[in-house]
Structure formats: structure tokens, C-alpha cells
Design a protein around this ligand. Structure first.
Ligand code: GLV
Ligand code: MN
Ligand code: MN
Length: 409
């Protein structure tokens, strides 16, 4: 073995260049020009490490090293390569680079696995372009039908197939993976919280992942002149939305046990300073480690919205994503912990408050997820940072675990 910090750093630095907002963090929306640049680089690296590369009907990238056993299920390692708007360089890429480094080590050490090794780079985990999120893994798990995919549009009305074709991808290809072709999925991710750094621990072995849902709310009112329409004759969609949104934090606080709600995106129409808004669209992200809390909060949020409906203010609520909390595979967790012990790398077991592709893929295969420290616990912002040696320690743990899983019968 010897994990190469140099290679890891090179890949992280290179991928960070593929951003639509240079000097203001990583903005790499799915099927954008920056996606194409990152995708081209990832595919080139996969080929250089001896992997056979293919893309599926959503543009998820797979690089495969055949195993000795014929038609055996693969051990998949990777993460996503899209980003939030003005995000960091590590959320997603840390896991993709882990996959690349594991493949490089297999090549360097001339390891011919019994079970295939597959490196994966998934699309649209963040949902920043098409909403909902976890799209690549939901496609692989078979949760998205072709017709659903065709209907997904970005805020400019561009559909998934249209956007894919624009960067040379083929939406007619198959997306759903037969679960029998997968032996396990392993993901390394930055923690996105402060615990590992504070405790000076190298690795978090994730036991469970938060449940989450996202709602898309549309409030409709009536447009009018900002100067001439008296205050008592207005149906201002933004004023209604603002009142509604202001109630959400208290709902989460009352639910307790770490339940959280966030309105992170809203659009106002027609968005003119002297026009009364006639439509507002906003997202609501609701999370808890207990499913009952998510369900309660969804109901309370819907009740608040309904309470603002009048003859002139209408509301529509759509649920764009629902994932129940997940517990990850016990055997893989034990294998990951054993790898940490064997390598003398400090670890703790953890819960994840962020969503991950691992939670979707855990429905169709055995999944393991580890975290490495995040500086100041920051993520989804340009300041997101993890030291290269900390990434390398996580890669060592995954490499060791992949070795076991690709050998074992
Ligand atoms: C992904 O970063 C999520 O937790 O939404
Ligand atoms: Mn993220
Ligand atoms: Mn992520």
C-alpha cells in the first residue's frame, strides 16, 4: 500500500477549478459546462488507472476493474461530483477522489480482485439544479422512472434529457442497476460538522443517517401597482410567504430532538421593485433522525400554509423528496472499524445530519460511510476545508476495507 497524498491533492485541486464561480467557491451544477469539465477529468483518470468507463442514462460515471470471478457483483466506491451554489471543494469530490485513489492503489500494487472494483461519480446529489437531490443514487436504486426523469426541469425550463444531450450524454441508456450486480457501496465524505475536529479523531464510522424531506411550495396572489394599490386591496404572495416561513423555526423547536427546518431557496415573481408579487416559490427542507418528527413537521407546515389561504391567496405544496432515516449495515461498520484499528487510525461512531447517496443505496446493497474532519465544521460554503493528510487517512481505511470486500467470498 501507500496512499498518495500527492495524487489526492492533485485531484481535489483540479476538480476545484471546474466551478462557475471562481474565487467564490465551487458551483458545479449538474450537466453544466463545469460538470462536463469535471466529468472529462474523472473519466480520464479512471482510464489511466486501468478502469473500464461507462456512463448511465443519468450521466452517473462508473469505472470498473473486472474481478477474477465471472459475473460477480461489484464493490463500488465513490460519491457525487455536483455542488451546491457557492459551495466547497470537498463535499462530494472527497469521495470521488477516494474512489480514484483506491483504483490507483489497485493498479500500483497490481491487485487483481476476486470481485470487481467499481469507482462511481454520481450526479445531482445536492438537487441544486433539478430539486429534490440524491438523484443519481435514486436513479440507480430504481426510484426514478424514465417518465419522471423526463419531466424534471430546472428553473429555466430545461429538462433533464435536454440538459444531458447538451453535454453529449445519452438519456436513453439504462439507469436502474440490478441490485444483484452490487456487492457493497462505500462512501467517504467530509463530516460537515465540528465533532471530529474538536475531538481530534481521524475518522467517523457512520451508524445512521438523518431522515429528510423537501417540499416545493407555491403561493399565488395577485400582481398590481406598488404605488396605486391601497394596502387593504392587495393579495401579496410575498407577504403571505414571509409570514408562513417565519413560523417554521418554532415548529422545529417544538418538535425537538434535533429536528430542523430550512427555507434555503425562494423565487419571487415577477420580481420587480414596484410590482406587488403575484407568485412566490420556496423550498422547505425538514430533517430528523426520527421519522415521526418529520411526519409531524410536514403536517404542521402544511397546516400553517393552509391557514394563509384566502379567496385571493392560493397555495400548492409538492413533496419533491422523502427519505426515511437509515441505519447502515452492521457488518460493514464492523469491517470499517476493524480497518481503523488495524491501521491505528482513531475513530468514533457517528450519526449523519446530512443526507448522502449512501442512504439511498442502502436500500439495495450493503453500505458503509465514513467521515473525515471538516475545518471549523464548515460545509456548503467556500470555506469548507479538510487537510490532505486527513483525507488520506480516510482513504487508507476505505482501501483496506475494499481489499477485504473484493477478496472475501
Ligand atoms: C446534502 O448535502 C444534504 O444533506 O442535503
Ligand atoms: Mn452537500
Ligand atoms: Mn455530499
Amino acid at each position: 500500500m501507500k496512499v498518495s497524498q500527492e495524487r489526492i491533492e492533485k485531484h481535489i485541486k483540479r476538480l476545484s477549478k471546474y466551478t462557475a464561480t471562481p474565487n467564490e467557491g465551487t458551483t458545479r451544477l449538474t450537466y453544466s459546462e463545469e460538470d462536463l469539465q469535471a466529468r472529462t477529468y474523472i473519466k480520464e483518470q479512471m482510464k489511466a488507472y486501468g478502469l473500464e468507463v461507462r456512463e448511465d442514462g443519468l450521466g452517473n460515471i462508473f469505472g470498473k476493474l473486472e474481478g477474477e470471478k465471472k459475473d460477480a457483483p461489484g464493490v463500488i466506491v465513490g460519491s457525487h461530483f455536483d455542488s451546491v451554489p457557492n459551495g466547497g471543494d470537498y463535499d462530494g469530490p472527497a469521495g470521488v477522489v477516494t474512489g480514484l485513489e483506491v483504483a490507483a492503489l489497485f493498479q500500483e500494487n497490481q491487485i487483481k480482485p476476486v470481485y470487481p472494483l467499481e469507482v462511481i461519480a454520481m450526479i445531482e446529489e445536492e438537487g441544486s439544479r433539478f430539486g429534490g437531490g440524491l438523484m443519481g443514487s435514486r436513479g440507480i436504486a430504481g426510484y426514478l422512472q424514465k417518465k419522471d426523469i423526463e419531466q424534471l426541469k430546472d428553473k429555466n425550463g430545461i429538462s433533464v434529457p435536454e440538459a444531458m444531450k447538451k453535454i453529449g450524454l445519452d438519456p436513453s441508456l439504462n439507469v436502474k442497476r440490478n441490485p444483484e450486480t452490487i456487492k457493497a457501496f462505500l462512501e467517504m465524505h467530509i463530516e460537515q460538522g465540528p465533532l471530529l475536529e474538536e475531538e481530534q479523531i481521524s475518522v467517523g464510522v457512520v451508524e445512521s443517517i438523518v431522515g429528510l424531506t423537501q417540499l416545493e411550495v407555491t403561493i399565488s396572489g395577485k400582481a398590481g401597482h406598488a404605488g396605486t394599490t391601497p394596502m387593504d386591496r392587495r393579495s401579496d404572495a410575498l407577504v403571505a410567504a414571509a409570514n408562513i416561513i417565519a413560523k417554521f423555526p418554532q415548529i422545529a423547536i417544538e418538535e425537538g430532538e434535533g429536528t430542523v427546518t430550512t427555507v434555503g431557496r425562494h423565487e419571487v415573481f415577477p420580481n420587480g421593485a414596484n410590482v406587488i408579487p403575484d407568485k412566490v416559490k420556496f423550498s422547505v427542507d425538514i430533517r430528523s433522525s426520527k421519522e415521526e418528527h418529520i411526519k409531524n413537521v410536514v403536517q404542521k407546515v402544511k397546516d400553517v400554509i393552509a391557514s394563509y389561504e384566502t379567496d385571493n391567496i392560493q397555495a400548492e405544496v409538492e413533496q419533491s423528496l422523502y427519505m426515511e432515516p437509515k441505519e447502515l449495515n452492521q457488518e460493514i461498520r464492523s469491517l470499517l472499524q476493524a480497518s481503523c484499528e488495524q491501521l491505528d487510525i482513531s475513530y468514533i461512531t457517528m450519526h449523519s445530519g446530512a443526507g448522502h447517496d449512501a442512504m439511498v443505496l442502502s436500500d439495495i446493497t450493503d453500505v458503509g460511510l465514513i467521515f473525515v474532519p471538516s475545518k471549523d465544521g464548515l460545509s456548503h460554503c467556500p470555506e469548507e476545508w479538510t487537510a490532505i493528510h486527513e483525507l488520506a487517512a480516510g482513504v487508507e481505511v476505505l482501501y483496506e476495507t475494499v481489499l477485504k470486500l473484493t477478496e472475501e467470498s
